[in-house]
Write a protein that binds this ligand. Sequence first.
Ligand SMILES: CC(C)(COP(=O)(O)OP(=O)(O)OC[C@H]1O[C@@H](n2cnc3c(N)ncnc32)[C@H](O)[C@@H]1OP(=O)(O)O)[C@@H](O)C(=O)NCCC(=O)NCCS
Length: 207
Amino acid sequence: MADPAARIQVRRARLTDAPALARIHAHTWRVAYDGLLPADYLRDLEPRRLAVDWRRHILRARRSPQGHLEAVLVAFDATQAERPLVGFATTGPARGRRVRGFAGELFMLYVHPAAQGQGGGRVLFDAARDALTDLGFRWWFVSVLEANTAARRFYAARGLQPDGEAWVDHFAGGEAVRVMRYGGPLDPVWPPRGAGPADQSAPGGSA
Ligand SMILES: CC(C)(COP(=O)(O)OP(=O)(O)OC[C@H]1O[C@@H](n2cnc3c(N)ncnc32)[C@H](O)[C@@H]1OP(=O)(O)O)[C@@H](O)C(=O)NCCC(=O)NCCS
């Protein structure tokens, strides 16, 4: 799933990751969404409670017939003996009736503030895209707060574009928060993933 020489690597989550996922979740949201989401909502992100949700999520992603379409991916620092988690991404079939079947979705992508800017977001993004591509999805979406300009730049730099879908959400009944959807194609059929530079041309060659 990752370049074995890379400092930050990605793997599927295990049940024992739930407490660390919960801690990263709570802290990263509080930092990233300070001033963007209601303070009450952020304060209520309690790691012990979130850990229960993460356990459930990891189990579902491993066991249920629907869950096998879902993935919980964790990024860890491979240079440290205990291989601490630094971030996570979750994926699955896209929500929304009109896109069901052909589109996947990146539900969450978060890197702990202390580890941001070190490549974790990039490898998680790539692993999420690969997980959805491997399931045969042809398109993917991610929802992002309109005010989260850093994340919007991150996605745009990776080929995702706003697709016109936008709505208002109320977190914990707080003030209206504008959310927009980005989307883009997953791997084209050719070249096959993993093909070396010599295999990059389409069959029959190019003009
Ligand atoms: C967005 C996020 C996942 C990126 O992860 P990261 O580990 O910091 O990013 P990386 O170190 O992998 O950097 C990847 C690229 O994004 C760029 N980048 C990272 N943070 C950026 C920022 N705040 N603004 C602009 N570019 C940024 C890097 O320069 C790098 O570019 P390159 O690939 O051309 O070299 C992470 O910063 C994060 O968790 N942010 C807060 C939560 C969030 O907004 N999540 C998205 C919710 S929709």
